[in-house]
Structures are given as structure tokens and as C-alpha cells.
Design a protein around this ligand. Structure first.
Ligand code: M6R
Length: 364
């Protein structure tokens, strides 16, 4: 039941503060500022690498996870698109853990990758939204997302819940590997606990984003740029937009701009830059200057400090609340989802059932 919402996708976007909160609370003990003592298929303190595979949006969640595991837990992560992983016969260290991410738990390529790792003798964990799924059944242990059923073909709440699980696992791994002390763990857990509230505040940007979406719906191509965890988010923004509005979109690491995509920039191609005011903000500002110098129109998604320091003319600037670094991917997911959603609504596409797509891809 869609309730008062026009589409399941809209409803699912708005459910995020709540389901992210449930998911985080499943893994983190907020009162004591620690990761809970939940069961894991491998010991995060002992494995020497983590191999992650998934498809589509779930893959992009995994890519954000790589940044978190490597940064906070110093745990090296190999991440692949499952359709590549399953055929590339990657040599796997026996000390690795294998982690699969799938909302449906039925995606054919992800399942095949899981079976490859099983054959190689690796312990297998899966982040799934459907606990009775094939991927859940064939895993040694599951990490559930508590998103509830996701109906819209475009994944929204499953994605932010996957991010919530991955961030929680990164905290657990950081503690298990001695990469954070008790104070450090407490800080990360406290920061994560703020995600639902900040996500809720971010939803209030809907009115501004809806107006912007009207403009965006007139373009044929859109480029998304970001660095660090905003690089996977740039790809997620592009995926969401093309999936439901059928506008051609690409997501790139901002530093790659000079290596090709800059040739495309003109006034016909808006560039959406996802850039909170973080350590590498200035680097992204120089990319924006390069875009502006070529007549490109910039839509900047940032925080108040970023808006103040960017000094670049933008078509629009979306100011997200200030967020601690670890929850930034969760919170910044919302404006990119809303932008895709409202653009598709203006274009009159079938938002929940976009053409040519299925919710669960059970054949390769
Ligand atoms: O059920 P899964 O998470 O395994 O699905 C993976 C992809 O098919 C899925 O995320 C797809 O990319 C979405 N439609 C994106 O919104």
C-alpha cells in the first residue's frame, strides 16, 4: 500500500530515517557505544582481505563499504561486479572472507559468485534484505538489512540500509583489528546514531529538489562527479537517474574528469557535483572550475561550509545538513534519490516499474 504517496519509490525514500535507524540498532549498541556481539561467518579480526561482489546499486553500496573497511579497519577489500567476478577466476587467499550484497537475495550473478567462493573454501557472509532468499540460505551467515519489502524497481531504502550494515561492520572490524580504541569506537557509534535524524532533516529539501528536477528533465545528458565515498554515490546518482527518467547519465570520480569526460562539457550537459566540505573539497572545487570554464552548468550538493567556500556560480546549490564523515554517504543518498525521483515524475515515466527492468534479476 502506497498510503498517501504517489509511488512506492517516494514512500520508500521517506521511510529511510526509520529503516536506517532499525538497521543500525540491530548492529550497534548506542547506549554503550560499541558494535554489538552479533554472529559473523568470519572473524573480522583474523581475515587478511575481504572480497565483496554484488550487482547494480548493491555493488555501489559495496564500493562505499570498501572505503570504510580500508579507512577505519585497515582491512583491504577487493570489490567486483558479480557478473565479472564469477568468470574471472580470481585467486583468493584462504584467509579472506567473502561478502555478497543483495536486496532480493536472488540475483543470478551474485549467487554464482557466492558459489565460486564456496568452491574455493571461503567463509561466506551476505547482506540481504530478504532473509528467506537463496543467497541467504547458501551463506554461512547473514547480515540482514531491516528495510522491509522494497517494491520500487529503483533501490532506495535497501541501499541506505546496506550502507548502514557496512558502516556497522566496518566499526566492528576496526575494533576487532585494534584499529580503534574504546573512545574511537564510541565516537563512530555516536556519529552513526545521528544518521536517522540527519536523514530526516535532509528530506526537507524535497521542495527545492522538486523545482530543480523540473529544469533537469529538459536535458538529455547529465554527469555526476564525486571523490572518495562520493564517487560511488556519483555512480549511484547516475544509475538512479537513467533507470527511472531514461536521461543518459554518467557517474565519474571527479579526478577522472580530465582523462576524458571533460570533452563532453558544454551548456547542454549539467554536472552534478557531490561534495561535502571534507579533506578533499578543494580538489573538487578545481574540477568545478574546469567545468565552469567550459560553460558547464553545475548543480552542487554540499553543506553550508562547502557552499560558502566554493565561490563558483551554480545552477543550483543543495545544502545538506552538516554530517560526520562516516554517515555522509547515507545522508547524501537522499538528495540524489529525490532528484532522480522528481525528474522521472516530471517526465511522466512509470517510476516504480521502469521499462525493460525487473526488480530481481534471476537470469544472467
Ligand atoms: O536484489 P539485488 O540487490 O541483488 O539487485 C541488484 C541490482 O539488480 C539492483 O540494485 C539494481 O541495480 C537496481 N534496480 C538499482 O536501482
Amino acid at each position: 500500500d502506497k498510503g498517501n504517496y504517489r509511488h512506492f519509490m517516494e514512500k520508500e525514500i521517506y521511510e529511510q530515517p526509520e529503516v536506517v535507524s532499525h538497521t543500525l540498532a540491530h548492529y550497534l549498541d548506542f547506549a554503550n557505544g560499541v558494535a554489538k556481539d552479533f554472529e559473523t561467518p568470519f572473524d573480522f579480526g583474523k581475515i587478511d582481505r575481504l572480497a565483496i561482489s554484488a550487482c547494480g546499486t548493491a555493488y555501489l553500496a559495496g564500493l562505499v563499504g570498501k572505503y570504510w573497511f580500508e579507512r577505519h579497519a585497515r582491512l583491504p577489500v577487493d570489490i567486483d561486479i558479480a557478473s565479472e567476478f564469477r568468470y574471472r577466476e580470481m585467486p583468493l587467499s584462504k584467509q579472506s572472507g567473502a561478502l555478497f550484497i543483495s536486496q532480493s537475495g536472488e540475483t543470478a550473478d551474485t549467487l554464482a559468485s557466492l558459489r565460486y567462493c564456496r568452491q574455493e573454501g571461503l567463509p561466506i557472509g551476505a547482506i540481504v534484505n530478504v532473509r528467506e532468499s537463496t543467497i541467504a540460505r547458501e551463506s554461512d551467515g547473514i547480515f540482514p538489512t531491516l528495510a522491509g519489502p522494497e517494491i520500487g524497481v529503483a533501490s532506495t531504502k535497501a541501499f541506505t540500509c546496506q550502507l548502514s550494515v557496512l558502516a556497522s561492520l566496518a566499526v566492528k572490524a576496526a575494533a576487532a583489528r585494534g584499529e580503534v580504541d574504546a573512545e574511537g569506537e564510541k565516537l563512530l557509534v555516536r556519529q552513526l546514531s545521528e544518521a536517522p535524524k540527519l536523514a530526516n532533516q535532509t528530506l526537507k529539501l524535497a521542495g527545492q529538489i522538486e523545482k530543480l528536477a523540473r529544469d533537469l528533465s529538459h536535458y538529455k545528458h547529465v554527469l555526476y562527479l564525486g571523490r572518495d565515498t562520493n564517487y560511488p554515490l556519483a555512480m549511484e546518482g547516475a544509475l538512479k537517474l537513467k533507470e527511472i527518467s531514461y536521461i543518459h547519465a554518467e557517474g565519474y570520480a571527479a579526478g577522472e574528469l580530465k582523462h576524458g569526460p571533460i570533452a563532453l562539457i558544454d551548456e547542454q550537459m549539467p554536472v552534478i557535483v557531490i561534495a561535502p566540505h571534507d579533506r578533499i573539497f578543494e580538489k573538487t572545487v578545481s574540477n568545478m572550475q574546469e567545468v565552469a570554464a567550459r560553460g558547464g552548468k553545475i548543480i552542487l550538493i554540499t553543506d553550508a561550509k562547502g557552499a560558502k567556500h566554493s565561490t563558483i556560480d551554480t545552477l543550483d546549490t543543495i545544502i545538506v545538513p552538516d554530517v560526520p564523515e562516516i554517515i555522509s554517504p547515507i545522508v547524501y543518498s537522499l538528495p540524489i534519490q529525490m532528484l532522480a525521483y522528481y525528474t522521472a515524475v516530471f517526465m511522466g515515466t512509470d517510476v516504480d516499474q521502469p521499462r525493460n527492468l525487473a526488480k530481481s534479476v534471476t537470469v544472467e
